[in-house]
Design a protein around this ligand. Structure first.
Ligand SMILES: [Zn+2]
Ligand SMILES: [Zn+2]
Length: 360
């Protein structure tokens, strides 16, 4: 039997980026000019055709400063107001002020088409409390037909399904822990963001507490959903590391430090190995129960399991007393990298800096 000749392939699809992402702010406070805010679009579309925001701590003010320093940040020359007029929707991980203040402050002066705010019920309820005509004017509506409002609340359900939020872009939302407050558990989410045509994804975490500290582990569900896709359809993860090494568990306030982050990446590596061995695990909606596994996975087994994965570290909390030339990020990210190398996980660790243009 003769096989037909192979079709020539002009460009390997994996060599071409799927998304362009610009970092409007990547800090974890207290510097209000550099708070969590990311803008992205499919690589094959133009910025003026539509932009998706991922969290919105900083916004037009920060972008104006970035464009002053780098007028070609978006390849063509645009003003900050023009860029925000291209915005079609926001994906919001949780309603802490360092993730929403830019959205709130700019809501009264929006130009361009109506913008959807995609978030879970809890986060949309929190936003409603702000757009209440008290803390801020009521500028958002639940009503699709209510064109007077420039912002439209759009519910994301946590049903493990992908929800289309923009042409060719869908989002799967998984709840994660972000510490305790007086009423008990406080939650955030992780988003799997998929280009529907290219079937390529990236994973973006809201602020997250380590599963090792949480009353009910939930990040394991994200790792189990991610493991089968690594690295061919999922090769970029954005995750926080707010604190440096040495920060004790009782002082984490719902955030990661390098040891906990790398332990979490170790759990991901374990899930990757388990998947490759054919031991499938499903995403759980109930708490995990510890049980003995028949084939334990050793540190040698997970060596290199995350080869081909880029892990972008964000949300490092700055100490404004320290040297402004040495931001906390430059202390935390090398600590994470050293631990990843010690465990031989294989992931590439990258610091997210304000003003970066990242191709995914
Ligand atoms: Zn937070
Ligand atoms: Zn935060």
């Amino acid at each position: 039997m003769t096989l037909p000749p192979a079709e020539p392939s002009p460009i390997h699809p994996l060599l071409m980026p799927t998304f362009d992402l610009v970092v409007i702010g990547s800090g974890g406070g207290p510097d209000e000019t550099n708070l969590s805010a990311y803008l992205f679009k499919p690589h094959d579309a133009a910025w003026q055709d539509g932009i998706i925001a991922l969290d919105a701590g900083s916004a037009q003010g920060a972008l104006s400063q970035l464009l002053y320093r780098n007028p070609l940040l978006f390849n063509s020359r645009y003003t900050a107001a023009e860029i925000y007029s291209f915005l079609r929707c926001y994906l919001i991980t949780h309603a802490h002020l360092d993730h929403i203040s830019g959205l709130v402050l700019s809501a009264g002066s929006f130009r361009g088409p109506r913008k959807r705010i995609y978030a879970t019920k809890e986060t949309l309820d929190d936003l409603e409390n702000i757009f209440s005509d008290r803390i801020w004017p009521n500028l958002a509506s639940w009503n699709e037909a209510d064109d007077n409002y420039k912002l439209l609340y759009s519910l994301l359900t946590v049903d493990n399904k992908y929800r289309n939020v923009y042409p060719n872009v869908s989002v799967r939302t998984i709840p994660i822990n972000h510490g305790q407050n007086d009423s008990g558990h406080y939650g955030s989410v992780a988003f799997f963001i998929r280009h529907d045509v290219r079937q390529q994804e990236f994973l973006f975490f809201g602020d997250v507490e380590p599963d090792a500290v949480a009353a009910t582990p939930q990040t394991i569900n994200v790792w189990r959903a991610a493991a089968p896709k690594i690295p061919l359809t999922l090769s970029a993860i954005f995750i926080e590391c707010s604190w440096p090494t040495g920060r004790s568990d009782d002082m984490l306030f719902g955030h990661l430090n390098p040891v906990h982050l790398v332990n979490e990446l170790g759990v991901l590596a374990t899930e990757v190995v388990r998947f490759r061995r054919g031991e499938h695990a499903s995403v759980r909606t109930r708490p995990m129960r510890k049980k003995q596994r028949k084939n334990p996975i050793s540190p040698d087994d997970i060596a290199g399991a995350l080869d081909g994965l880029r892990v972008y570290i964000m949300h490092c909390k700055d100490d404004l007393d320290s040297d402004p030339e040495k931001p906390m990020r430059d202390i935390i990210v090398p600590q994470v990298r050293a631990l990843v190398e010690q465990k031989r996980l294989g992931a590439e660790i990258i610091a997210v800096r304000q003003g970066l243009h990242i191709e995914i």
